[in-house]
Design a protein. Structure first.
Length: 477
């Protein structure tokens, strides 16, 4: 009996020891998983709300938060001066939180000399619709949409010579367009657009850091969310039929808080792949069904847009500036487009782009407020943004290719804009992870009438101005 008791006790002790050992192993595994996730996966995001007032109707998107420019005058038809009104001189107000965002950075993986990483980022954006006249898309439930999704490969310490080393980073996926990556410091959702490029695109991009001061950037880019315009409106089909990716090449110089980028973007698209057969006199040939005979055509337009970016930071002061001379450029959210300049005997069309100069500058000064605690830093920043756009019209004269009495100019927004400017002072207050900002944005556009053969409206010039006041609240996590 005594032996049985001893055996039972020994078994119980062994079982407890094994159980304790298993618990310790499981705990070690859990800690290892936690450590791995913490080391390689960095979640981030924010909850952001905008409260915005506009003094007149504007061309805008994303629940009217993404502001482009005020609409032209729209006078009602009356001979009675007492009843004469500009129907676009109407103020509006809204507040929305559609730009709430979540993201995940993946980093720290390495195999031999290759470093691996990636990013996934999304927010609530699409899904809103208009009611009534459909002027404002403010109704509905915002849908979750992809912003960025890419992987990275990097090779460091590549020897150039006895003193200098190079680093090569390769990005594959959807990310900021190389010409749009350096955004201004305005708190507005448009981040300075359309005064500067704004686009996230599928791409393959290489950054080669050559020594201490220079980085060479090259990219092959496609279109998905931001795309070119054409006879069938804005679509990514024009680049699909061209079978030619957009190309970017740039050089960066960086030293002691100073950054300079210079580069150019080249885009070649096919606005039409189906045309109409013409006879010797240039008239449409009829098919057996009595309609104009459709044939395959090889339309193409190629554009080049150079840009320059400057940035300087020191202490709590920073200044940024960007300028771009764009041919077309609507695929980067710039004001631009292109028109038809010639109809060929084989039914194909030739095109000519608009030329637009777009520039902006933003200045930030961040002063200290109260005690700077590690967990809850307090900071008050003053921001000033200024932008200017000048439309120079089309490179060559455009024509009426369709025979409908109108010049064929493809332009995503108001094509009778001559010039445009914006000024927006902002105060941004940060307490720990919470931010609140107030911004006054004044945007003024010079519109004209009677579009000329150069795609520019030069008569009846007049200015239209919108005053926007918006409050932003943001909690980062």
């Amino acid at each position: 009996m005594r032996n049985r008791i001893v055996i039972i006790v020994l078994c119980a002790v062994c079982s407890m020891a094994v159980s304790a050992q298993d618990t310790e192993v499981k705990q070690q595994k859990r800690e290892a998983v936690k450590s791995h996730l913490k080391q390689h996966f960095k979640p981030y995001g924010f909850i952001r709300n905008y409260f915005a007032y506009d003094s007149r109707e504007s061309i805008s998107g994303t629940g009217d938060l993404y502001n482009y420019q005020p609409k032209d005058e729209n006078w009602n038809k009356t001979d009675d001066p007492a009843l004469l009104q500009d129907l676009n001189a109407v103020s509006t107000f809204r507040f929305l939180s559609l730009t709430t965002r979540v993201g995940l950075n993946i980093e720290g993986y390495k195999w031999r000399s290759t470093e691996f990483g990636g990013k996934i980022e999304a927010d609530f954006y699409a899904g809103l619709n208009g009611v009534g006249s459909g002027t404002h898309k403010l109704s509905g439930t915002a849908q979750f949409r992809l912003r960025q999704a890419y992987m990275t490969l990097a090779w460091d310490s590549l020897r150039m010579n006895d003193k200098d080393y190079a680093r090569v980073d390769l990005l594959l996926g959807q990310a900021w367009h190389p010409m749009a990556a350096d955004l201004c410091d305005a708190i507005a959702l448009n981040s300075g657009a359309p005064f500067g490029p704004f686009s996230r695109t599928p791409q393959v991009k290489m950054d080669a850091r050559l020594g201490k001061y220079f980085t060479l950037t090259g990219a092959l880019i496609w279109q998905m969310q931001y795309y070119s315009i054409g006879p069938d409106g804005q679509s990514a089909e024009y680049i699909a039929y061209s079978k030619t990716p957009e190309a970017y090449l740039g050089l960066n110089f960086h030293t002691n808080g100073f950054l300079l980028r210079a580069g150019a973007d080249v885009l070649s698209i096919c606005p039409r792949h189906i045309g109409v057969a013409l006879d010797a006199a240039g008239n449409p040939i009829k098919g057996t069904d009595g309609k104009d005979l459709a044939i395959k055509v090889s339309d193409r337009i190629t554009t080049a847009s150079p840009f320059l970016y400057l940035q300087y930071k020191k202490g709590e002061f920073s200044i940024k500036a960007k300028t771009i001379f764009a041919e077309a450029g609507e695929h980067m959210n710039l004001n631009g487009g292109y028109g038809v300049k010639k109809v060929n005997a084989d039914g194909s069309w030739e095109y000519t782009p608009t030329r637009t100069s777009s520039s902006w500058v933003s200045i930030v000064y961040g002063g200290k407020v109260g005690a700077q605690e590690t967990k809850h830093p307090q900071k008050l920043q003053g921001i000033l943004f200024a932008g200017y756009i000048r439309n120079f019209g089309t490179k060559e004269h455009i024509i009426d290719a369709n025979g409908d009495g109108k010049l064929d100019l493809y332009y995503p927004r108001a094509n009778n804009m001559n010039r445009m400017w914006r000024m927006s002072p902002t105060l941004l207050y940060t307490v720990g992870k919470f931010q609140i900002g107030c911004e006054y944005e004044i945007t003024s556009v010079q519109y004209g009438k009677d579009l000329g053969a150069d795609g520019l409206a030069k008569s009846g010039l007049h200015w239209v101005t919108n005053h926007r006041v918006q409050l932003m609240t943001k909690f980062n996590f």
